[in-house]
Every structure is written in C-alpha cells, then in structure tokens.
Design a protein around this ligand. Sequence first.
Ligand code: NAD
Ligand code: ZN
Length: 241
Amino acid sequence: MNLYKDAANLLKEAKNILVFTGAGISAESGIPTFRGKDGLWNKYNPQELATLEAFLKNPKLVWEWYDFRRKLIKEAKPNLAHLTLAKWEKILPITIITQNVDELHQRAGSKNVIELHGNIWTLKCLSCSYQEKNYEVPLKKIPPICPKCHDLLRPGVVWFGEALPEDALKKAFALAQNADVCLVIGTSGVVFPAAQIPYIVKETGGKVIEINLEPTPISEIADISFFEKASEALRKIDKYL
Ligand code: NAD
Ligand code: ZN
C-alpha cells in the first residue's frame, strides 16, 4: 500500500481538483501560523488586532502589526509546497482556494488562485470605494490615508466577525460542488465558512486528501491523510504524477 501513489492516482483521474490551503503551507517559508505551537494567537490577542473595533480604536497599533507581518511576508520566499502546486497547475486541472493573505501562491507561479480572506498588500478605504495594491515595506505613513476622501485606509483582509468576499465565496462553493478531489493543506479547519469547503466536496461525492502536521476535524472525513510537512508530502506525491 502506497498512499502517495494512491493520492497521485486520484489527482491524475480527477476532472476538477480543488486545493484548499491555510497558514500551514506558508509555515516553511518562515511565516508564523495563527493557531498551534508557534501560532500568532498565542502571543497576541486577536480581538485587539484583527477586528474592525480594534482598528477603529487604535488604527496605528493595528497597522504596526500588519506592517510587521508585511515585512515578514516580503522577505519570505515561496517554498517547495507552493512551487510544486504551481508546477502541477500546468498538468492538472487545479484551482487553489487559499485562506492566506500572503500572495505566496501567486509568487510561486500559480495563476488559478481564489483568495478567501483577502490580501495583505491590498489597502482599502474605510469610507469610499478606493483601494490600491501597495507593496511598500515599511509603509511611509502609519496609518495610511485615502488619497480620495482622506479617511483611513485599512488592510484588505477579512477580520474576525466580517463577511468573506461574496464573489470569492460563491466561486469557492461552486467549485467545491464540482470537485472530484479536494487537497487540504495546512489548515486547522476551524474557521468557517472557509472550512466548509472540504465537507462540501465530500458530500457531493469527491475525495478529500489532507496534509497537516497533525490531525484536524477534517481528518475525520479525509480519504487519505498525510501527517507531515506540506513540502514533504507534495514532493512524495509528485514522484508518482
Ligand atoms: P491555522 O494557524 O489555524 O492552522 C495552521 C495549520 O497548519 C495547523 O493545523 C498546523 O498543524 C498546520 N501546519 C503548520 N505547519 C505546517 C506544515 N509545514 N505543513 C503542513 N501543515 C502545517 O491557520 P488557518 O487554518 O489558515 O487559519 C484559518 C484562517 O484564520 C487564516 O487563514 C486566517 O485568514 C484566519 N485568521 C485571520 C486573522 C487575521 O489576522 N486577519 C485572524 C485570525 C484568523
Ligand atoms: Zn476614501
């Protein structure tokens, strides 16, 4: 029995593959995850940093934290896991749905990427429809100001208590209903509605393959689980493609 080969065969036979990624896929690039041993939420209180209330109360503090994360992300490089997925996109019918805001999938070369939780390089106005892509690190002015209406610009990410971008979520759910295989990589699977995706795939008859360092709620519905680093599991599956 060779589970890597089995996973490769499922991927080769699939007409639609959905890859669902979380912070764990970027951990090997040196970007801390949220939960877990070295998770950011062990050191910081999300209610003080990742909510609209927190931002309105102290935009400077919240922006300093995002500025720090933008620096980490800018210095980071896509790792073998991101690169392997980008390579697979050339030979397999893959769409990546990511909860990450770091853009590392795109930097690795993936084109078919849906960002469910926004993008840390997007700045958007609290009041008007202005938004921009801004890769400046550190930001020249904290907090940054809208050039159109002079209200505050905020990070273009989804905070606790906020709705996910409607378009992205609709697309993601539609893809999930049609996917033959869902490859779930490096997500704790506890942040909804994003975490529904593998369940939808399973309910509509698709297979679920999970890669994580440890079991998660998604493990219970997974057809194949690999409990190891994302780069390791993908490298081993890649040999059979
Ligand atoms: P997470 O930190 O909850 O989970 C990361 C998972 O990756 C863990 O299960 C861990 O075991 C696994 N992992 C760690 N290293 C790995 C490796 N090398 N290979 C494979 N797996 C590895 O991250 P998540 O699941 O992405 O969290 C869901 C979402 O919560 C995040 O995407 C984020 O958008 C959201 N969130 C965002 C904010 C914010 O600041 N805007 C705040 C809180 C939560
Ligand atoms: Zn504005």
